[in-house]
Design a protein around this ligand. Structure first.
Ligand code: ADP
Ligand code: MG
Length: 248
């Protein structure tokens, strides 16, 4: 097997232009299995657009996104989800009126049957999995609480749980610790380090303390292109990175 086929995600020459403006411009990067990659870069660098392209919400103008052998640029959003890509947006999209248990339960894959999300029996397979995931996102003692009453950080964790219950091979998170307390950030880092035993994580984040606590490798974007990539120490010492951040 050629080494490049072993990457979980291979992005090559990815480009999207909005009315002639290249928000993502000939971008290439490779994500290993069981890796946490953090993407950083100034506002407008194209970070969120990269996630939009990977999850199929935005169509690429050119380039390729290979995920576990499949070409994602040719697939629709729901097919990409089914192929094993879970994506968390900046604002949590949970069902505020449902309990924590119910939010996780309706996210369990077999819940999306023709009989409707809530129609199936709460058999032990589902409730065992809900409890396991709730424990991993620090919500096992909040199962009966209505989701709308959770703290901001707990809502973020619940949404991560709603993705984890679908067991994605790639979990993508856009600024997951924004608005979290210091202790919530520490727990989120612990959570992400734990979940990569079974998957890879691609996370956009600004908070450098958080980035240092989780990243294997950092990719720095600027004007839709990779300007630096490597260990935290490497990118922090890179003159191009320093210039871009000083300019902001
Ligand atoms: P980041 O997440 O790094 O802050 P974004 O990916 O959100 O940056 O945006 C990158 C650039 O692309 C910005 O200049 C933004 O205005 C532009 N952009 C993003 N999405 C669209 C869109 N759907 N239509 C037009 N311009 C867009
Ligand atoms: Mg963004």
């Amino acid at each position: 097997m050629a080494p490049e086929t072993d990457y979980l995600l291979a992005v090559e020459g990815l480009t999207v232009s909005f009315d002639g403006f290249r928000a993502v411009d000939d971008l290439s990067f490779y994500l290993d299995r069981n890796e946490i990659r953090v993407v950083i870069g100034p506002n407008g660098a194209g970070k969120t657009t990269v996630l939009d392209l990977i999850c199929g919400r935005t169509k690429a103008t050119a380039g390729s996104i290979k995920f576990d052998g499949a070409e994602l640029t040719r697939m629709r959003e729901h097919e990409i989800v089914r192929a094993g890509v879970g994506r968390k947006f900046q604002t949590p999209s949970i069902y505020e009126d449902l309990t924590v248990f119910e939010n996780l339960e309706i996210s369990f894959p077999r819940g999306r049957s023709v009989f409707g999300a809530l129609a199936f029996r709460r058999d032990s397979e589902v409730s065992d999995r809900v409890e396991e995931v709730a424990r991993s996102v620090f919500l096992h003692d909040q199962l009966d609480r209505s989701a709308g009453t959770l703290s901001h950080g707990q809502k973020q964790w619940l949404e991560i749980g709603m993705l984890l219950i679908q067991n994605p091979a790639l979990l993508m998170l856009d600024e997951p610790v924004a608005g979290m307390s210091v202790s919530e950030r520490v727990k989120t880092a612990e959570l992400l380090r734990r979940v990569i035993q079974h998957r890879s994580v691609l996370v956009i984040e600004h908070d450098m303390g958080f980035v240092e606590s989780i990243a294997d490798k950092v990719t720095v974007l600027h004007q839709g292109r990779v300007i630096s990539e490597g260990s935290i120490a490497h990118v922090k010492a890179d003159r191009k990175v320093v210039e871009v951040y000083l300019g902001h």
